[in-house]
Ligand binder design. Structure first.
Ligand SMILES: *[C@@H]1O[C@H](CO)[C@@H](O)[C@H](O)[C@H]1NC(C)=O
Ligand SMILES: *[C@@H]1O[C@H](CO)[C@@H](O)[C@H](O)[C@H]1NC(C)=O
Ligand SMILES: *[C@@H]1O[C@H](CO)[C@@H](O)[C@H](O)[C@H]1NC(C)=O
Length: 197
């Protein structure tokens, strides 16, 4: 085999290796809505968390803010969105008054939608809205949360200690999925947690 052939075979192999994570082929079919929801929840490293503001001049109004999230290390997602929070944070102060919140996650936050040419508002650029309440996690679940977050967000371990960080999760009560034409779909938490992502 000529050197050129070997080189091009190698570059094809390299391309295959590089393009596998997050590739289009991995997004579950749109009729398997619970699996799509788990896929989106696992592949997004951050999301917009909406709280009811307690801060002037927008008291009582919706307030969406960016948070790093993780439902587990790569390829072992639990479906539970974990967060690393401090009471110094403006949205966390809202949550202390009213823990109800919604978390929006979109494949626009991964290379997928740009690669496919899907606008973030297109239903083909799958996105989910999870609502429920934010709860601090304790005991062994805080180890799970720590593993989930620190593997995906390595700089978290160096965040200032005097900020009193704690681990939390969204206790999901409602799930909406936009992954195709024909309107938004809902998935029950039971179907979501039992789905194979
Ligand atoms: C989704 O569609 C595929 C092919 O159209 C079909 O084989 C599969 O059973 C469907 N899955 C569900 C959950 O409806
Ligand atoms: C949070 O949401 C639940 C369920 O929708 C509702 O029953 C509860 O009153 C809400 N809590 C607050 C503080 O608004
Ligand atoms: C999650 O929220 C539901 C509905 O508000 C509630 O019944 C349940 O106790 C909560 N789960 C935990 C672990 O607190």
């Amino acid at each position: 085999m000529s050197l050129v052939l070997v080189m091009s075979a190698l570059s094809v192999l390299l391309l295959l290796l590089v393009s596998v994570p997050g590739s289009a082929s991995q997004v579950p079919p749109h009729n398997e809505t619970a699996r799509v929801a788990r896929y989106v929840a696992h592949h997004c490293d951050w999301g917009a968390l909406a709280t009811i503001s307690t801060h002037q001049p927008v008291v009582g109004q919706p307030f969406a803010n960016v948070f790093s999230v993780s439902d587990g290390p790569h390829h072992s997602g639990t479906g539970v969105p974990y967060l690393y929070l401090t009471a110094m944070e403006i949205s966390v102060q809202d949550l202390q008054v009213n823990p109800n919140a919604s978390l929006t996650l979109s494949l626009a936050q991964t290379p997928y939608c740009r690669k496919e040419g899907y606008d973030p508002q297109s239903p083909l650029c799958a996105h989910i809205i999870l609502s429920g309440s934010i709860q601090q996690v304790e005991g062994s679940e805080s180890d799970t949360a720590k593993m989930a977050l620190f593997t995906r967000h390595p700089e978290m371990k160096d965040w200032p200690r005097d900020h009193n960080w704690f681990f939390a999760k969204l206790n999901i009560t409602n799930i909406w999925v936009l992954d195709y034409f024909g309107g938004i779909k809902t998935v029950t938490p039971e179907d979501y947690f039992s789905a194979k992502p």
